[in-house]
Design a protein around this ligand. Sequence first.
Ligand code: OSB
Ligand code: MG
Length: 372
Amino acid sequence: MMSMQLAAITLRAMRMRMKAPFTTSFGTEWDKDFILVEVKDKEGRSGWGEAVAMKEPLYNEETVSTVWIMLKKFLIPLIWRQPPGHPRDVAGLFRHIRRNYMAKAAVEGALWDLYAMAENVPLYRALGGERTAIDVGISLGIESSVDRLLANVEKYVAAGYKRIKIKIKPGWDIDVVAAVRQRFPAIQLMADANSAYTLADADRLAALDDYDLMMIEQPLAHDDIIDHAVLQKQVKTPICLDESIHSVEDARKALELDSGRIINIKIGRVGGLTEAKAIHDLCLSRGIPVWCGGMLESGIGRAHNVAITTLAGFTLPGDTAASSRYWEEDLIEPEVTVQDGVIHVPDRPGIGYVPRRDRIDTYTLYSETFRP
Ligand code: OSB
Ligand code: MG
């Protein structure tokens, strides 16, 4: 393909109600607010991306509003100034803009989808993925009682999910993990703290070593790799980094310090598919397992997550649960389904699932279209 002949980019502010609220150490979400990006070429093809920033800056510093402004004022104008010949060039185009990774990833992902559509290949193939079925785990939020959490675990173990992740925070940790482990002695289990602890809690975190967890995800500060390295010396359970890693350089430094032994790759957190793949490649070369995290995405973002998970180094089950775990109706056809803990990767061109414009319109609060 010569170069992408772009005609328009449309941003949509979306709101979808989740089936159930999702609670982490930083807060509870009921309504999922996010941005969809549609890039159109001159031949009328579309590529879709999703910005995973939340309404409030609680997971990272970005929000739905900052993503909108960054795309409108800086990132889309950069695309018009120098239309990329290949989606792998987009990250370079954005490099001088500091951070704002989720904003960058949303339009980069849409361009990857458009490119794959134009080439008539599945996105996962365009990325170099080989696996046609991917293992899936599930992330379960904090509940009002241990019994309620146990009921959730039971439901999703029965549904075949290959690993259960539970959210922890001070006061909802050792007893809860112990209760889940006692009831389900053989499941693959892990805990995600979303930065709720400090090194002063090292003994508490070391006590989790008794429960055969696959990993503890991001126990310490969102911007830390130093204390995590200290903590990793005091706990046997592997630490997995989420919030702290935004680039292949961050990953290299964290691995050099032994700040963690597993990396959760989120496309949005690292600025797009190209950077996500680079982190994957580094980890693969160093024997560090990676898995694909989730941000409660709609089907559009979920499809991108499924595509990247087909790369060889994604050896651990991801947080890419079925559409029906989150939504009464998803934005794609077919929805993402999980059978026996596995998603069968679709072989259609692009993201592999067809966006449903009727539903996308239903959940659009407002939109704006930009032209070169
Ligand atoms: O830390 O992985 C996280 C959801 C929102 C923000 C951060 C995280 C999560 C999840 C849910 O764990 C993963 C999902 O099911 O999409
Ligand atoms: Mg996490």
